[in-house]
Design a protein around this ligand. Sequence first.
Ligand code: DX5
Ligand code: ZN
Length: 230
Amino acid sequence: MAPDLIAPSILSANFAKLGEDVDNVLAAGADIVHFDVMDNHYVPNLTIGPLICEALRKHGVTAPIDVHLMVKPVDRIIPDFAAAGATYITFHPEASEHIDRTLQLIHAEGCKAGLVFNPATPLSYLDYVLDKVDMILLMSVNPGFGGQSFIPAALDKLRQVRKLIDDSGLAIRLEVDGGVKADNIAEIKAAGADTFVSGSGIFGKPRDGDPHRYDTIIRQMREALAAVSG
Ligand code: DX5
Ligand code: ZN
C-alpha cells in the first residue's frame, strides 16, 4: 500500500495566524495540508477560497495542498485554485453536472483529481471514471463542520473502496475525512485508508502548557498507524 499521509484540516487551525499554524503542523511531521472550501450553498457553512491558498504558497508552504471543494457549482472555481497552487482538487459528484468533464478540467489545470463521497452517496459514481481519479475521499461525517463524530458505517465503505482500488491495480489514494483522531486512526487504516484528514483531532487540543502540541499528536497518530500491518 502507498505510504500513510496525515492531512491536518486547517478548518480547525487558527485563521488569525494561519501561516504560522500551518508551518508548525508541517514541522511536526504532517504530510499534506487539507483545505476545506465551503460555500454556504452546497454545505451550510462558509470558509476559505483561492486567495488563502495562494497566500499560503506565498508564505512559503511547499507541502501538497489538498483542496476539498464543498461548493456548487464546481467548475468555475477550479482554474482559480490551480493558479493558487492547489495540488489535489477533490469535489462532490452531486455538485457537478458533468463529473467526467470536471475531472478532465482538474487534470488539464495540472492538478490531481478526486471524488468525495458523503456518508449516503453511492459508490456507483465511480463506475465509469475510476481511471480518471487520483484520490477517492470518503466522508465519515456529513460535510460542513469540524468536530463531528466519526460515523462507523464509513469503515465498511472504506473496505469496499479498498477492494475496488486493489482490484483495479490503479494508484489511487483512499482518503478519509471527519472525526479522525489518534484513538480511531488505527482501525480506519485497517479498513483500507491511506490518507487521514484530521481537523479538531490535531488543532483542537488544548494549547496551554504544551508548546510541542502538534509534535505529540502527530507522533501519536504515526505510532497508531505503524502498529497496523499493511
Ligand atoms: C468537514 C470537513 C473536514 C473537517 C474535519 O466538512 O471536510 O475536513 O475539517 O474536521 P474534524 O477532523 O474535526 O472532524
Ligand atoms: Zn475536508
